[in-house]
Design a protein around this ligand. Structure first.
Ligand code: ADP
Length: 635
């Protein structure tokens, strides 16, 4: 089965591949920011342009409105100088200015006229520019007698022409708009008629306007404004020559004529500009909030004046800034989305590639695993066969070993058999003799002697029974079962079977066996080992003047040691090297097979112990076997 493919390929850089591919490069971020900045700029410009267009439209309307109101305000008085110039009493006075009667008549006429048309003053100048009659003749600030020849409205007055002039009254410091015309008789100028118009009404209606508006004279001096602080301010710094000219005409008295703090930022066309107002710094009077304004300017017909209306551009700037932010954000969003989609596409492609590679690797791995598995199955089967063969061989070996042990045992029995026959022959001969004598005693009627003979038969029979019993028990094939075995009892059994040899060969038995020592082993096989070792010892002592066999037990920790020592010739070095090899014997053919020690060592090893041979310190050989100690008493 194909396992699910991992979601992300492993990255060599320690970061998952998808994360790496999703991370936009600095260049892309820069490009995104640049696009956002461009979009922001375009958004700003477009919105600002549109808002500016709308503002300009409404500014144009306001300009029309203000211009119309000024024109109306001024023009409604424009005919009055002419009216005055046609009045007979005025002409008469002009022709004889010293005539007090004529002056009084003229004064009263002018007073009435002024009151009825609502102007500030109406007055007459003689040809030298001196006031000879005035509507305010009877007031403390009367113009009568004053020399006004320095005023442009006197100097420029002409026949049939209305001269216009805005200025501040030198007597009463009241600002006003002066309209003048020449008084004439025929072509001869006899004086000047002047009407002074107040523009306060207009100013009052302007002051409530939501956006500033101003009227400036030909030098840029503000003569009328919705912002009181601007009045008598200048749109631009005044030229010294102009300043001197204004001073000479006493046009604005001693006003300082400082700039109103307007800087042109951009000229849109001849009539409109974007300006920045910085404020005039006079806290006592309200001034517009500093910032960008649109100015629309128009010349007032028939005057050298310019009317200017201001439109606050804060709203347009705010709109443009919002649009710029929106455009930049939208661009960022869209380009970010596009970038993410791009990255995602790339990531998906990478993932698909990685998956394909993984699939390939997986397939090849599966193939390899299958190959290896089948090889492993074959190897395993072979191994299984080998194991079986080995266990078969082991079984065979074990059977062979057990057969060998049994063969060794039979060899021992063979060796014992000659002596055993002798052992049995003796009691049998005794039995024959005793039984013969017994019959005779019975025939003689000697019952007591017969009984005594029969009593001698019993131990003989018992000994024969024990001998055959021991032999039979020894010859029996061992069960191989381990148990607690008494060393004493095993050695006694072996000694019983070899008893005839010990006695016959007059061997001195030194018995130092501890009766309580028990070993963990198979009693039958241990007896076989004992028979072998004691038999060899008896063989070795042959030829010695005094033959001795020493049997000794010892305890060492968890082990039991049994030593079988003789006083024979001992074990030469070349013999020691081959002692435990099978079929190694120094005995005459028929006397030994050379299997005894090899089988004995194997049996002891099977018990978990060992068998060693050394030369005893005095003389003879010493065979020591060490066996595991039984933890329980022998049965
Ligand atoms: P076998 O007794 O049939 O020869 P063993 O394996 O029992 O076979 O003994 C091998 C040989 O070891 C003997 O032939 C003998 O030369 C030597 N041997 C064994 N026991 C003794 C001993 N107690 N003293 C000297 N030599 C011995």
């Amino acid at each position: 089965m194909t396992p699910p493919i991992a979601a992300s390929p492993v990255s060599l850089a320690g970061r998952p591949g998808w994360a790496r591919s999703l991370a936009p490069s600095a260049l892309r971020i820069l490009a995104m920011l640049a696009a956002a900045a461009l979009a922001g700029w375009i958004g700003y410009e477009a919105t600002f342009e549109r808002a500016l267009g709308e503002i300009r439209g409404s500014a144009g309307h306001r300009l029309d409105l203000y211009a119309a109101s000024i024109e109306r305000e001024i023009e409604k008085f424009a005919a009055f100088p002419i009216v005055v110039s046609y009045d007979r009493s005025i002409i008469e006075l002009a022709m004889a200015p010293t005539e007090s009667e004529r002056r009084a008549t003229a004064d009263r006429y002018l007073e009435r006229l002024n009151a009825s048309i609502g102007t500030l003053a109406v007055y007459i100048l003689d040809t030298t520019g001196r006031c000879i009659a005035s509507s305010n003749w009877n007031q403390y600030d009367s113009f009568v007698g004053r020399d006004l020849s320095y005023r442009p409205y006197y100097r420029n007055a002409g026949i049939g022409h209305i001269e216009r002039f805005y200025g501040i009254g030198t007597t009463n410091r009241e600002p006003g708009y002066f309209l003048s015309t020449a008084l004439h008789v025929g072509d001869a100028v006899v004086g000047t008629g002047v009407v002074k118009v107040g523009l306060q009404q207009l100013e009052r209606s302007w002051s409530s306007a939501e956006a500033p508006a101003l009227l400036a004279d030909e030098h840029g001096v503000v003569v009328l404004s919705s912002i009181p602080a601007w009045k008598y301010g200048t749109l631009r710094p005044l030229d010294p020559a102009v300043r001197a000219e204004i001073a000479q005409a006493q046009q604005y008295n001693d006003r300082e004529l400082n700039p109103i703090g307007m800087t042109v930022r951009q000229r849109l066309d001849t009539d409109s500009s974007i300006v920045e107002l910085s404020g005039m710094g006079d806290a006592s009077q309200p001034t517009p909030i500093p910032g960008l304004y649109l100015t629309e300017t128009r010349p007032m017909p028939g005057t050298p004046w310019q009317l200017t209306v201001f439109s606050d551009l804060r709203g347009a700037v705010d709109q443009a800034e919002s649009a710029a932010a929106l455009a930049a954000l939208a661009t960022l969003f869209v380009s970010g989305g596009a970038l993410a989609a791009l990255q995602r596409n790339r990531h998906i492609k990478e993932l698909t590639r990685a998956r394909a590679a993984l699939q390939l690797a997986h397939d090849s791995l599966e193939r390899t695993v299958a190959e290896r598995t089948s090889a492993l199955v074959v190897a395993n089967a072979r191994l299984q066969e080998e194991v079986e063969e080995r266990s078969r061989a082991e079984r065979t070996l074990r059977e062979a070993q057990s057969g060998l042990v049994q063969a060794g045992k039979l060899a021992v029995i063979g060796q014992l058999s000659a002596g055993m026959a002798h052992e049995l022959n003796q009691p049998l001969a005794a039995l024959a003799t005793i039984s013969g004598n017994t019959i005779k005693y019975l025939e003689r009627g000697d019952a007591a002697a017969a009984r005594s003979n029969l009593d001698r038969i019993r131990p003989l029979v018992e000994r024969m029974a024990r001998l055959t019993g021991e032999l039979k028990s020894f010859a029996r094939k061992s069960s191989g079962e381990m148990q607690a075995v008494s060393i004493r009892r095993t050695i006694d059994n072996a000694l019983f079977l070899l008893d005839h040899r010990i006695k016959r060969q007059s061997v001195t038995l030194v018995d130092e066996i501890d009766g309580g020592v028990t070993a963990w082993c198979d009693p039958n096989r241990l007896e076989q080992v004992m028979l072998n070792l004691i038999g060899n010892a008896l063989d070795a002592t042959e030829g010695q003047a005094e033959r001795r066999l020493t049997l000794r037990t010892g305890l060492c920790g968890e082990e039991v040691s049994v030593e079988i020592r003789d006083n024979g010739p001992g074990l030469p070095a070349d013999l020691l090297a081959h002692l435990f090899e099978p079929f190694f014997t120094t005995k005459a053919p028929g006397a030994g097979l050379g299997l005894g020690l090899a089988i004995s060592a194997g049996i002891v090893r099977d018990f978990g112990g060992d068998l060693t041979a050394t030369n005893a310190s005095d003389s003879g050989a010493s065979f020591v076997m060490r066996l595991p100690r039984a933890k329980e008493a022998a049965a």
